[in-house]
Write a new protein. Sequence first.
Length: 420
Amino acid sequence: MLDRKFIRAHADVVQQAAVDKGLDLDVGALVDLDARVRQLTEQVNNAQGARKRFAKEFARADEARRAEMKVEHETADEHLKALRDELAQATASLDDLMLQTPGIPWEGAPVGPDESANTVVRTVGERPEFDFEPLSHVELFEQRGWVEFARAREVAGQRAYALKGDLVLLERAIHSYALDLMIQRSFTPISVPVLVRESALTGTGMFPKGREETYALPADNLYLAGTAEVALVGLHSNEILSHADLPLLYAGTSPCFRREIGSAGRDVSGLLRVHQFEKVEQFVICENDDAISARWHEVLLDTAETILRDLGLAYEVVECATGDMGLGKYRMNDINTWFPSLEKYRETHSCSTLHDWQARRANLRYRDAEGTIKIAHTLNNTAVATPRLLAALAENHQTAERQISVPPVLRGYLGGRELI
């Protein structure tokens, strides 16, 4: 969400951001509605002030005048009630439009409608060359008895899966390694709730646009979160942090749930697109300073790249286009990892800077060194998300004997094993 004063002063900039992000938003109508809300607010305040003056005058008036004043009071009360009702309706409409206002993308973002306009920033690592016919992760895992697809889908429907045996241990090793790396980089590990309230999803920016992608539990008025970011923002919503507490660096670990409504028919046979997965999320709350945000963006990006290099995986870093980056993003870099079975790179990480757009929605503030209260900046990026990253590791490190060569950074978590 943007500051209303900023929108009034830069309506053309906000409108262009909406166009660039493919949003159907009439900023002019929003500005007009904002003016109406401010006008109605003034009228309500004036009417309430008149009511207070009336009470004092009524106490001093004689009986004849009081009778006249009662009639005037009834008329004034009806007018005030009508003003309040109109203000409430206008404010609700304005709040709805404010939740649809986009973050202003940075000047380096490619302008385009979707991921087709993304640009590759760099490609890192060597793709594996096999002297045997490599298998897809589905074929490999099924040959080794490491996954249950059919039985899991009898239990939970499409896109369900159950990992077994050494594959479970390998998945745990990936997450343990990622957490240890982030702890070395001063991030605090934290496990977060996955059952969250609507206010947490609205504050993060997942609602209202992403409602159809979110699992709802109406009996409890709760939802299943699609990322730890939801709870991590919510933990500090409506707080005023101390300048000395910043930056807050979290390594959020949680299961994640997504309905994948927009991907019907895609990637249904394997582990690339599933409804439930495990993730370690990088999350930062920092000062409201563009340069500081930019530095943390590079830190989050470097952490993800370090993980992929340590796992011996080839990848590409992508600068995301305005139409692909989402409503609130200032800047977004995807990292796509090489999948031999697909002969292409697939997204495994998404690094986002949101400036104060997200924190403003969540009312997440801090008091700076001079005592001024400011809206914080937030950033996030995947550290690891499995089973997709697990599938990439297995495909790239498979052997002719249908084993997986364990990257050195993971061996300590697997009792020193070099192969599974």
